[in-house]
Every structure is written in C-alpha cells, then in structure tokens.
Write a new protein. Structure first.
Lengths: 106, 556
C-alpha cells in the first residue's frame, strides 16, 4: 500500500465511520464482559457466602448456580450480538467503502 | 504414493495394535481389559485415518498444509475450535473438579469461557485480516522479523510442549486404566497417530479429526446429562439435595469454597484463564483456516455456544457422578480405601458413563476420551511445527526467500520431531506431578503471547524493542513465578511453603509485560522505531478492512 493510498482510505468518511462505530461497539462489549466477569470473581473473592445463599429455604440450589449459568449464557449472547451487527451493518459499510475505492482507483 | 503408504500403515498399525490387545487380553486379568472400548477406539482410528488419506490428496501447497487452504467454513471451524478447547483436561478434569468440590468446578468453566467474547471483539478478525499461517505473522507485520518471530516461536513452543506433556501423561494414565494397555504403549500409539494425521493430512485432517471428536463428545455428554437428570425427574433441586446428602462436604459443595481461597488468587486465576486463551497458538492458528473476517467471527460464535453448552453439561455430570458414582450402593467405583475413585478422581465422568449406560457406553466414552487426546495433540503439534517451519526456518533464519515446498517439508520434519519429543516427555513425566504445567502454559500465553499480539494490533507506538523486551519479560516472569509457586516449589521441589502463593501468577506477570512493552517502546528513539510507527496506518487499514488480506502471499 502506498502513502497516497493510505491517505485516501484514511480520509474516506466511510472508513472513518466504520472504524469509529466498530471500535466503540467492540470496546463497549469488552468492558461489559469484563465488568460482569470480574464482578463475579470479586464476589467469590470477598463474599462467597452471597453466592452460597439458598434460593428458597426448602431447596438446596444456591444463587451462585443460576448466576454462574447466566454468565455462560450471557457470554454466548454477547458473541451473537457482535457477530450480528458486524456481519450485517459493519460489513455493509465496508462493502460500500470498497466500491468507493474501486471507483477512485479507476 | 502417500495413499498407499498410509493405507499400509493403517493396516499394519491396526493389526499390530489388535495383536497387542489380544496379547494383553490373554495375560492380564479379564476385568482390566475393555474390549468394547478398544473396538470403538479402533473404529475411530480407522475413520480418522480414512479422513487423513482423503485430506492428503487435497494437501498440496504450504497454504493447504498450514490452513487447509483457507476453505474451512465458520461453523466447521467453530466446532473444531470447540473441540480443541474440550480437551481431556476439560472433559475429565472439570467433571472431576465438580465431583470433588461442587461449585468450584463451575468457577473454572466460567473462566475458560469468558475469554471467548474478548477474543471475538479484539483478536479474531484482526488475526484473519493480518496473518497468514501463525500469530507471529501479525506481531511481526511491521516490526523486525527476526527478533519478533524468535520470541513468538519461543512463546508458542513453550505453550505447545507444556500442553503436550499434560496431554501425553493424561493419555497414558487414562489408557492404562480404561483399556488395560501399557502406559508406554499408549503414549507411543498416541505419538505415532498424531504424526500420521499431521504429516499426511496437515490442517485439513487435523480440523476434521477435531470436528468428528467434538460431535462424538457432545453426543456422549448430552446423553449422560439427560440420563442423570431423568433419574431426578429433571429437577435440579432433587439432584442437588441428593448430592449434598452423599458428599462428605455436604451443603458446602453448593457455594464457592476452598479452591479459590483469597482475593488475589481469584483475580489472578481469572486473568490467566481469560487472557491465556487469547494467547494459545493452537487456537489462534485456527482463525487462518477460514476465508475471511465474516467466517472468523462466525467461528467464535459457534465455538462459544458449543463450549458453553459443554460446560453446563460437565456441571450436571459432576453432580451426577456424586450421586450415582460416589453414591453407588455397592461402592463398585471406589478404590480399596472406600473414598477415592478407582484410577483417579479425574475418572468421575468415565465411571458415570458406566453407571448410566453400562459396559458398552463406558466403552464409547473411553474411546471418545482417547480420541479427544489424539485430536488435541494433533492440533498442538501442528501449531508447534508451524512455529518452527514458518516463523524460525522460513522467516527468522532465512537468508533468502524460502521455497514453499521446502518450508512444508521442514514443517513435516518438525512434526515428527515434536511427536518424538511428546513420546519422550510423556514417558519421562509418567510419575511426576504435572498439575503445574497447564497453569504454566496459560500464564505464559497470557503474559508473553497475548500482550505482544494485542499491542501490535492496537498500539501505534509499539516498537520492535518494546515488543521483544516486554515479551521476554512476560515469559521469564511467568516462568519464575510458577517455579516459585505451589505447583513446583512445594509439590516438586519439596519445600514447606511456596515463595509465591499463587498457582496462576498472571495478575503480576501480565501487567509486568504490558508495562515493559510500553516503557521500552516509548523510550526507543531509533530509526527502526520510527519505521515501525510509520507503518502502523497501513497495517491498521488492512486490519480494519481486510484489504490486501486476500493476496496474503505478498506479505511474508
């Protein structure tokens, strides 16, 4: 890639939009995932008895179990959310950008 | 030609192995021999050698060998990634951990899983867009080839060899118990089969062996979980109530317990599991087997779903084992002391298979466990061989442009060498306590491979010096802290208490690596540093768009 090509692409508004929206989205989801997971880890570290509280007095199941399983499901849902938007909206912008570039190069 | 050698080997191998099998069958006690398991295992071996034969016809170029020609779909790749991740350590280890400690087993599962969304958001499509065969293609993209490739190869080979030791020793012990075969024979058999898969079938065979095994393992564990739940009218509460009545720790198994004893080890374990995954070379290389970023993303989605589902099953199976294996009225699964399981506590999943499905299902699960080890060691070996042939031979130490055919031959020789090393280590470590090796592998992956990879993708001001110094500091810190920790300092060297009381010291070594990368980059005023920084924009465009990735052959 030449210096001029790099500048052309960097100055293309579609490229800027792609990078801006996707980075923001990816970082937001990353932070959410980290917060959820480390909140769980901090509970284990500082207050394990909270997760060991029984859901109902008659049963044996503790809150830790649905919470743990929910984190597994949540992680999967998060990947689904990202893939859906990235393979749809973001790839759409990318294809439009590639069309732009084709025209400019010709 | 290749085909003829392969089918010859297949026949010879099968007859030899069956002959050995019958020999042992005649000499050993009848109860130690597991005929259904051996028959099912050899059906798997025959099928996978068939796949290898098919793959060998399609593996012509280096690109075919390393990445299956880039023609794996997202769903296939996701299943293969899940297969890589559902190793014998997760299948037997996590079920065994739930069986022993209850809730604590789930903490590990969650830690192993949550790395995947992060890989998707930060690593997977970036790797696909920037790399060709190994993750070092990405770290060396704009930095000095030689030093960065040597670092990456060292990081890769350390992780691969450590993992390989764990798998080989596990394989030997498992096969000894399940099949009644010799430990050494089992290790040699695993070594030979993995060499065959990788040398003849390359990535295509390695991927399909992994997919077949993943499907078998998921089917088997689904069946076991349904059988367990059916015994309790599909009521979790009934299962948990019965388990707390049987387990010696009683209700304590329902909440976080002693496994993660203090805040720092909890956080450190979390960091090692989460970011270690993003630095495992045999996982990262799978992103080069798909066509584009779209398929790379799909792979992670499928993999996360399958792995998450699998972990839910291991939790059910662990509790099922407490009730049906530990709680078996006749005590038929316990060793002579009446407390520990026959074989080892990792065998909970295997004996549960017998409790819910009898001899034939035990045979099936034993064969699947063996297949799991085979598939995982093949992936590891290919990752290690790629580091040697692509990073060291073809790039770091090449004086001129290396011919692709030559590179592929080096890769095959490296595969044989790693296979032999695996056999050697497997036998040498038979009686060693190897609990530390997986902790060390994850800590190195999180402290050396991941920081350099992450910074090379996202940080413009990264320089060669920063990456190399930071990477080695991460690698050495990880190694030293693990040696001073409980797994080596106490369990192996026999000291009374560890100098570093953490099994997974990533909370120190990973930030250490990041700080060093930053410090040695910003203070780097060399001409090369400026060149690295100037080259970032072009790299970032390719990373963001994939433009140029289609003709990846023009880059290194």
């Amino acid at each position: 890639m030449t210096k001029e090509q790099v500048e052309t692409i960097k100055n293309n508004p579609k490229y800027q939009k792609l990078v801006r929206t996707r980075s923001k989205f990816a970082w937001t989801l990353t932070v959410i995932m980290l917060v959820v997971y480390y909140a769980f880890i901090l509970f284990i570290a500082f207050s394990p008895e909270t997760l060991g509280t029984k859901i109902s007095p008659d049963g044996m199941a503790t809150w830790g179990i649905p919470i743990g399983l929910a984190i597994i499901v949540f992680a999967f849902v998060m990947t689904g959310v990202y893939v859906r938007r990235a393979n749809g909206e973001f790839d759409g912008i990318l294809n439009a950008l590639k069309n732009d570039l084709k025209k400019e190069m010709n | 030609m290749v085909g003829r050698i392969l089918s010859l080997l297949m026949t010879v191998g099968l007859t030899a192995a069956l002959a050995v099998g019958t020999d042992i069958g005649q000499t050993a006690k009848a109860e130690s021999m597991n005929i259904p398991a051996i028959v099912m295992f050899f059906i798997f071996v025959a099928a996978t050698l068939g796949v290898t034969y098919w793959a060998s016809k399609r593996t012509k170029s280096a690109k075919d060998f390393y990445t299956a020609g880039g023609g794996i779909t997202g769903t296939q790749n996701g299943t293969a990634i899940a297969g890589d991740y559902m190793s014998a350590a997760s299948f037997l280890g996590i079920t065994g951990m739930v069986y022993l400690k209850g809730y604590d087993g789930l903490i590990f599962s969650i830690g192993f899983l949550v790395g995947w969304p992060i890989i998707l958001f930060m690593i997977s499509e970036q790797l696909r867009n920037l790399g060709k065969y190994t993750f070092a293609d990405v770290t060396a993209y704009r930095l000095k080839q030689k030093q960065v490739r040597i670092l990456a190869a060292l990081g890769s080979l350390s992780v691969v060899l450590l993992y390989l030791i764990a798998q080989m020793v596990g394989a030997g012990q498992l096969i000894k118990i399940l099949f009644g075969l010799d430990y050494e024979f089992a290790v040699v058999l695993v070594g030979i089969l993995m060499i065959l898969y990788v040398v003849f079938g390359g990535m295509l065979a390695t991927t399909w062996v992994q997919i077949i095994k993943a499907v078998l393992l998921l089917a088997g564990t689904t069946f076991m979980s349904i059988m367990v739940m059916a015994k309790f009218g599909f009521s979790f509460d009934a299962l948990f109530t019965r388990a707390t009545e049987i387990h010696t720790q009683g209700v304590a198994i329902m909440s976080p317990g002693g496994l993660v004893s203090d805040p720092i080890s909890a956080i450190s374990l979390g960091i090692a599991l989460m970011f270690g995954t993003a630095g495992l070379p045999h996982i990262l290389m799978r992103f080069f087997t798909v066509a584009d970023a779209k398929e790379a993303r799909k792979s992670v989605f499928v993999a996360t779903g399958l792995i998450g589902y699998f972990y839910v099953l291991t939790f059910i199976m662990g509790f099922g084992a407490i009730v049906l294996v530990l709680g078996d009225p006749a005590g038929s699964y316990l060793a002579a002391d009446g407390v520990t399981l026959k074989g080892m506590n990792n065998m909970a999943a295997v004996w549960l298979a017998h409790a819910v499905g009898g001899d034939y299902f035990l045979g099936f699960i034993s064969a699947v466990a063996f297949a799991t080890i085979l598939a995982v060691v093949s992936g590891l070996t290919l990752a290690g061989a790629s580091a040697i042939s692509h990073d060291l031979y073809a790039n770091a130490f090449a004086t001129s442009k290396v011919d692709e055919k030559k590179e592929m031959n080096v890769s095959k020789m490296a595969t044989v060498a790693i296979g032999i090393a695996g056999i050697f280590f497997g036998i040498a470590f038979e009686k060693q306590n190897i609990a530390f090796v997986v902790a060390l592998a994850f800590t190195i992956a999180a402290s050396a491979n991941f920081p350099v990879l992450f910074m090379s993708i996202f940080w413009k001001k990264l320089t060669t010096r920063g990456a190399v110094v930071g990477g080695y500091i991460g690698l050495i810190t990880a190694l030293v802290l693990v040696i001073l920790g409980p797994g080596v300092w106490v369990d192996i060297l026999g000291n009374a208490s560890p100098i570093v009381p953490y099994s997974f010291p990533a909370v120190f070594s990973m930030p250490f690596a990041f700080v060093a990368i930053w410090l040695f980059s910003v203070t780097d005023k060399s001409d090369d540093a400026q060149r690295c920084i100037d080259a970032f924009d072009a790299q970032d465009i390719r990373c963001q768009t994939g433009i140029g990735a289609d003709d990846a052959n023009t880059s290194h």
